[in-house]
Design a protein around this ligand. Structure first.
Ligand SMILES: [Zn+2]
Length: 265
């Protein structure tokens, strides 16, 4: 059965949680920058978006036909941000969960933001470990590189080898979490009314993965044990901190989320 898999946790969504807000008044918006049309079995094994495929589906190569992404003009990151009156240049930090085509594909659309990534993810996007190269598109990440210079960064970047308390006040914490990819990161957002919210990226596909410790499709697991450690940590945070978590590819969960102009605070 084909199911539409919503994707919201790419450059766009995480960026939205880091619009330079003060700790006390963080607002978290959920955007969809496209959805994949794939069977659930593929995730409990793949997931998309990248604005370039709106005008040129061949940019994704064979992945376009395999993943059948929605590529209507309204999924463009700028069109999504415009819903809340924000332009890409207004975004201070962009925190991609990882750099696969459907999550990091739009990083080049934020040339004036600071990109926050794990160093191992940048390295894997440019020169992947065997069998992990498929979902990275070199054209997505090349704009980050200053060719012909001793200094590699073409844009402002924070390259991490671990966690980062982004504003130094505990409101947004980026966590290095090797599982789906070598440099996957998750994020906790401390919201005044909604409580602690964990953004999982592709380290969790569906709620039931966490609840029942279900493995993902092995093809999508760089470090299978990392997934189970993530599930365990999320369950711990739910039990002790009343945390909740948001995934990126669960269509039912996405349906239930508040959409702009509504937000979580
Ligand atoms: Zn991925």
């Amino acid at each position: 059965m084909q199911k539409r898999i919503a994707r919201w946790l790419g450059a766009a969504t995480l960026a939205a949680s880091a619009l330079g807000a003060q700790a006390q008044d963080i607002k978290m918006y959920v955007f969809s920058s496209g959805a994949l049309t794939i069977g659930k079995g593929i995730l409990q094994n793949l997931a998309p978006t990248d604005d370039k495929i709106i005008t040129d589906p061949s940019y994704w190569g064979g992945a376009f036909n395999a993943l059948k992404p929605v590529n209507t003009p309204d999924i463009a990151i700028d069109a999504q941000l415009a819903k809340i009156g924000v332009k890409p240049d207004d975004v201070k930090y962009v925190v991609p969960s990882h750099l696969h085509l459907d999550h990091g594909g739009n990083v080049a659309k934020f040339p004036n933001s600071t990109i926050v990534v794990q160093k191992s993810e940048i390295q894997n996007a440019f020169w992947p470990e065997p069998s992990t190269g498929g979902p990275y598109i070199l054209g997505d990440v090349l704009p980050l590189r200053a060719a012909g210079s001793n200094y590699p960064n073409a844009v402002k970047m924070i390259q991490l080898n671990g966690d980062l308390d982004l504003f130094g006040d505990g409101t947004i914490i980026i966590k290095r979490w090797v599982a789906h990819t070598p440099g996957s990161q998750m994020m906790t957002v401390k919201l005044k009314n909604s409580g602690l919210t964990i953004l999982t990226g592709d380290n969790v596909y569906f709620r039931e993965n966490v609840e029942k410790s279900l493995p993902p499709n092995i093809v999508l697991a760089y470090d299978p044990a990392g997934f189970f450690k993530a599930y365990e940590w999320i369950r711990h945070m739910m039990a002790t901190e009343k945390a909740d978590f948001f995934t990126a590819h669960d269509p039912d969960a996405f349906k239930a989320m508040k959409k702009p102009p509504a937000y979580y605070d």
